[in-house]
Write a protein that binds this ligand. Structure first.
Ligand code: ARG
Length: 274
């Protein structure tokens, strides 16, 4: 693999501070209500991520947290924004239903003209990933397969449906990360996908960076790339070398408290693509 020179592009992100974050219910295998969350530590880890984005020159908008919505810190799930068009979310679990409205209200009050309230269940960027050519779309645990044609029609981008089969990787963004959205370059963990979906990924992304089970289990694929810097869970040590070989700059983050909710870097970060 030839190491291409990498350039970052300026990004705009939407994040929500974990002010009311806690694990009191379990809707994914990472969540154990018996395991206490260190809230001040969660806040410090989240602030470090936010400040790191800003230090890299990116804009971070903040969504106001709500006391009744402990998972709201996982802002990536609240909508998908491409070309300034907003497809709202519709959550699978009642515990998170109201988050969708909070996101829609934010977009409506921030000048977004094209905001669509979805008909079918989709958990935003949890299951939608934007590459140069495609909208990759996960299904199997949360987002409905019917949300895929809905997103394709709304964004006018070809949707590639991918079947998730391992409950630990319940969202697409726990198993796949877009490294370069100008080049269709991704990294993923094949074990999270059905055999047919693996074959689809092999065909579309023959040069993808393939993650090991250990790096996936550290939620290493729950990463955010600006085209050059790749912010990822620091425990995913096996990804650092391969990313560097490709010309990326891996930036390890410690979001250990957020991991108790089943999320990391990407889950906390919704990208606002203008
Ligand atoms: N506790 C949240 C849930 O299970 C975590 C969401 C993580 N977000 C993500 N983009 N994968 O819904």
């Amino acid at each position: 693999m030839s190491s291409v020179p990498r350039a970052s592009t300026r990004r705009r992100y939407l994040m929500c501070p974990p002010t009311y974050y806690r694990v009191t219910y379990s809707i994914n295998p990472w969540m154990d209500p018996g395991k206490p969350v260190d809230l001040p530590l969660a806040l410090a880890q989240w602030e470090e991520l936010r400040d790191r984005y800003r230090a890299l020159g990116h804009t971070v908008e903040e969504l106001a947290p709500r006391p009744d919505l402990p998972d709201m810190v996982f802002a990536a799930n609240g909508a998908t924004v491409v070309d300034g068009k907003v497809l709202g979310a519709r959550f699978a679990h009642p515990e998170r239903w109201a988050e969708a409205t909070a996101h829609l209200e934010w977009f409506r009050s921030h000048g977004y003209a094209q905001v669509r309230e979805p008909q079918h269940i989709n958990e935003g960027e949890g299951d939608f990933a934007v590459t140069a050519t495609w909208l990759l779309a996960g299904r199997g645990f949360r987002s409905s397969p019917l949300s895929h044609p809905e997103a394709q029609e709304f964004f006018g981008r070809p949707v590639i449906g991918l079947d998730l089969v391992d409950p630990r990787y319940y969202h697409l963004d726990t198993a796949l990360c877009v490294l370069d959205d100008a080049r269709d370059e991704i990294m993923y963990y094949p074990g999270a996908f059905s055999p047919g979906s693996r074959e689809v990924l092999r065909r579309l992304f023959p040069d993808a960076l393939i993650a090991t089970g250990d790096d996936a289990a550290a939620l290493g694929l729950n990463a955010v790339s600006d085209g050059r810097h790749v912010l990822l869970p620091q425990a995913a040590v096996g990804l650092f070398g391969p990313l560097r070989e490709r010309g990326f700059e891996p930036v390890g983050m410690d979001l250990g408290e957020l991991l108790k909710g089943g999320g990391s870097v990407k889950c906390c970060t919704q990208e606002l693509r203008e």
